[in-house]
Design a protein around this ligand. Structure first.
Ligand code: HEC
Ligand code: HEC
Length: 274
């Protein structure tokens, strides 16, 4: 069944991104393959990146269905990055050895080195207090951290390595508005990982949730309680996909500013330590 295969892909994407190696890392290394890349090299690398890589890693490398790879050669070293691009990784990163030549790969690495993390906001809160805010705000009814909680929402075990502080703050105050996956996948016409769906059946029932799978004839959504609901499109009167909405409640006005800052500090500290 196409539908179940789709579900499998969705699950794989979710799991693959969890398996992405931690980006929190040791001392930076800069042994780039091109010793002194010219602006033309970097520009060429940018063009290759936008065509070949941006659907999965975001237009700015900030992460979408694949991990954030801004500046990754600094952290892993250029040879390791070249190896990944050539041979791929089991978690969903394709091998490009047959499609890109060495010069193109070197230009890609030069481009990745030129990208800095866009999100350089400072963490001001206290992570210990933030953990208390997390525990008392019902977050764990939708998120898992190191095996604790339950999961309609994305796992947060490694979120501090994958996302910057201002992204995390936006995620808590304005859920659904600043999702990199939403942006790049709308642009690429691909599937959104957390697309909010509102639908009305021909017999007048209304349902809201996050899309779990979809093909030409069916759609499956996951509601706020984590239940999967499956519909035949022929039975629907209305099907709205709203990229700016979320099943996650906003905490704006429910938490004080210091509580939000503490919470962000806690989330920013989650770097996959298990
Ligand atoms: C089909 C989606 C997809 C495409 C296209 C893609 N990647 Fe990836 N990439 C991934 C996924 C998923 C991972 C994480 C895989 C894993 O950890 O096993 C990844 C991992 C990586 C990593 C390693 C990150 C780390 O933290 O170790 C690098 C570097 C990388 N990709 C670079 C690129 C470059 C450069 C391109 C374009 C030439 C590209 N990717 C194209 C999905 C993709
Ligand atoms: C009713 C379920 C629900 C609750 C409760 C909830 N979330 Fe979420 N959260 C989600 C969903 C679903 C997403 C996926 C993106 C979206 O739809 O906005 C998400 C996304 C996030 C993200 C972005 C993760 C990423 O990798 O992009 C963060 C951070 C986050 N939530 C933190 C929290 C915190 C902190 C709390 C408690 C104060 C909380 N959430 C409570 C469902 C929930």
């Amino acid at each position: 069944m196409v539908l179940f295969r789709r579900l499998g892909i969705v699950a794989c994407v979710a799991i693959c991104s969890l398996l992405a190696p931690s980006l929190s890392s040791s001392s930076p290394r800069q042994d780039t393959a091109i010793a002194n890349p010219t602006p033309a090299d970097i520009d060429q690398g940018k063009q290759t990146f936008e065509v070949r890589c941006s659907t999965c890693h975001g237009l700015d490398g900030g992460g979408a269905m694949g991990p954030n790879i801004q500046g990754i050669p600094f952290r892993l070293g250029a040879p390791a990055v070249i190896n990944v691009i050539k041979n791929g990784l089991s978690g969903g990163m394709p091998a490009f050895s047959g499609q890109l030549n060495d010069a193109q790969i070197n230009q890609l690495v030069a481009y990745l080195l030129s990208l800095k993390r866009v999100d350089d906001a400072k963490v001001t809160g206290d992570p210990e207090k933030g953990k208390a805010v997390y525990d008392s705000s019902g977050c764990s009814s939708c998120h898992i951290i190191s095996g604790e909680g339950s999961g309609t929402g994305p796992e947060l075990t490694n979120v501090g390595a994958e996302r910057g502080p201002s992204y995390l703050k936006t995620a808590v105050l304005y859920p659904g508005t600043d999702l990199p996956q939403a942006r790049s996948f709308l642009e690429s016409g691909g599937q959104l990982e957390y697309l909010y769906v509102h639908l009305v059946t021909k017999d007048g029932h209304t349902y809201d949730g996050t899309r779990a799978a979809e093909d030409s004839f069916h759609i499956v959504i996951k509601d706020a309680t984590g239940k999967f609901l499956s519909f035949q499109k022929a039975d629907l009167r209305q099907l709205d996909k709203e990229s700016g909405k979320s099943t996650m409640p906003s905490y704006r006005g429910k938490l004080s500013d210091p509580q939000v800052n503490d919470l962000v500090a806690y989330l920013a500290s989650l770097k996959g330590a298990r």
